[in-house]
Design a protein around this ligand. Structure first.
Ligand code: G4P
Length: 530
């Protein structure tokens, strides 16, 4: 195998999805500890920032350099080269969070054992299923009182509509959490909490399930319960069908406790074994094989630097095939231009470094000479294909943009258009009034503050943001539909995007259903393929 193929083969590129506070940061940190990329817990950047109040966002933005670097973490573990894509949560939850999933080959879903599936997980999960990527579940915080394990599985199956296959099974939870039974080896790892500091892993004692000492350790009652539950599982749960796993139809489930570092390394090992190296991707010329095609990549995220002294933009691209060589020219398909990517950077744990080479599966950030848009393709000169575009996802918060100084219309339009192009906001116009009523839509409300700040500071435009009460937007599938011909739209706002596609804004799902019922043949979508 060539060196390039070997490098691609050992790559694993995934995102960790969860509802805020389920333990995504803690789990990521433990992975990094295992990879030797950091030495002590608590050093993953972004964690301290992850719970900031909205009013603090400017400080965060000033440090963009730092948060940029925490967008992707690369480290080695065993023979693997791991790329973890950060999916911002909390107030920073934005369309970027969805788009990052377009660059991942698989996802780890972290669920808080005491809560089950929560709102943000559902949204992120939907994007994963749309792409049919494998999803691995880590049920976290078993050291706290947890919901019944069968109930948790049931929750995942019914709320998310994916089959589950537990790889291991917990013995008790909270104060009575005794350990984890591995269904394949039939061994039990006994739980022993360790401090969360630098130590790599919790001390684990292993027993075979038939070992008399185990019964003594966990007590008659929990032992009996384990045997009973395992029998039930063996009889009732889905078999581990790797074909279904690879299509995202079945999720292998693991139990553990990230904070106490229990079950984390076992999970990481299984996960790396079960996931694949970078997969072929659909393009205008059919599937592009990561091993066969020379360098190609697509842009999935654009980040503007908030620091006035360096008002540059960084485009993040996921390499989809071959090897990136910083010395060579690449071809930007959408503009038809050849260029050398300037200052390509990659991230090793917290450090940003300029790289000369990178491989399929990796993510690099490059300076964007205001040329790139989200979804753009880069390949080698002589080749010309486009990767499938990145969908536009439905925003959930809307504001009317009122420009306070009408003399600055040009700057205002330039500002909102550029910020929309970076993907921070989406722009809509009133269906009738057109551009005289501009509406901005965002996935996370923090983006409104970013928008206002940037319009004022970068484009010199004072704006007032008038919140609209709608929380749901839907694209009308048939874009030739005349919205004025639809019935029962009293509580619905009719808008169009900047390309003229018709959309409807709703207050709740009940109204969406009512409109659908009253307009036969009408089809609505909560994302738009580009
Ligand atoms: P997130 O990135 O998904 O938002 O979650 P994060 O890892 O920040 O974890 C949220 C809280 O849950 C943290 O507590 C963290 O210590 C705790 N936590 C994570 N995993 C476990 C676990 O396995 N068991 C228990 N008991 N707790 C866990 P915090 O008090 O909010 O923050 P901190 O003061 O510990 O940093």
């Amino acid at each position: 195998m060539s060196d390039i193929k070997k490098e691609i083969e050992r790559r694993r590129t995934f995102a960790i999805i969860s509802h805020p506070d389920a333990g995504k940061t803690t789990l990521t940190e433990k992975f990094l500890l295992y990879g030797g990329a950091i030495n002590t817990a608590g050093s993953v950047k972004g964690k301290a920032n992850s719970k900031y109040a909205v009013s603090d966002w400017m400080d965060i933005e000033k440090e963009r350099g730092i948060s940029v670097t925490s967008s992707v973490l690369q480290f080695n573990y065993d023979d693997y080269c791991i790329n973890i894509l950060d999916t911002p949560g909390h107030q920073d939850f934005s369309e970027d969070t969805y788009r990052t999933l377009m660059a991942a080959d698989s996802a780890v879903m972290v669920i808080d054992a005491s809560k089950g599936v929560e709102a943000q997980t559902i949204k992120l999960f939907k994007v994963c299923t749309m792409r049919h990527i494998p999803i691995f579940t880590f049920i976290n915080k078993m050291d706290r009182e947890a919901k019944d394990s069968f109930e948790l599985l049931d929750d995942i199956e019914t709320v998310l509509g994916i089959q589950t296959c537990p790889i291991n099974w917990p013995i008790g939870s909270g104060k009575r959490f005794k350990g984890i039974f591995d269904r394949e080896s039939k061994e039990v790892s006994m739980f022993q909490a360790v401090s969360t500091g630098g130590s790599k892993s919790a001390k684990e004692t292993d027993y075979s399930v038939t070992d008399a000492a185990l019964k003594e350790e966990v007590g008659e009652e929990l032992y009996g319960q384990l045997i009973e539950e395992v029998e039930l599982l063996d009889g009732a749960s889905e078999a581990l069908d790797m074909d279904k796993v690879s299509k995202g139809e079945l999720s292998p489930v693991f139990f553990g406790s990230a904070l106490t570092n229990f079950g984390v390394e076992a999970f990481l090992k299984y996960f790396l074994k079960m996931t694949s190296s970078p997969l072929p991707r659909q393009s205008s010329e059919g599937m592009i094989d990561p091993m066969e095609e020379p360098f190609s990549a697509f842009v999935f995220k654009i980040q503007a630097n908030m620091n006035k002294a360096h008002r540059d933009r960084i485009a993040f691209m996921r390499i989809c095939s071959g090897k990136f060589d910083a010395g060579k020219e690449v071809f930007h398909v959408q503009s038809g231009r050849k260029l050398k990517l300037s200052q390509p950077q990659q991230l090793m744990a917290q450090d940003r470094k300029v790289v000369d080479e990178a491989y399929a599966g990796d993510v690099i950030g490059v300076f964007d000479p205001e040329l790139f848009s989200i979804g753009d393709t880069l390949c080698l000169p002589g080749r010309k294909f486009e990767y499938e575009g990145i969908p536009t996802f439905a925003p959930e918060h809307f504001c009317r943009l009122v420009q306070l100084n009408s003399m600055k219309r040009k700057q205002f339009m330039k500002g909102v258009t550029q910020i929309a192009q970076e993907g921070a906001i989406q722009l809509f116009q009133d269906y009738q009034l057109g551009m005289s009523e501009i509406i901005a839509g965002v996935v996370g409300t923090l983006q409104f503050d970013v928008l206002k700040y940037r319009l004022e500071n970068e484009y010199g435009c004072e704006v007032r943001l008038e919140p609209l009460s709608y929380g749901y937007i839907r694209w009308v599938k048939d874009s030739s539909t005349d919205l004025n011909s639809l019935k029962r739209l009293n509580d619905v706002k009719k808008v169009k995007d900047m390309k003229g596609n018709p959309l409807l804004l709703f207050n709740n799902e009940w109204i969406i259903n009512m409109v659908l019922e009253n307009n036969e043949g009408l089809e609505l979508e909560d994302f738009r393929k580009n």
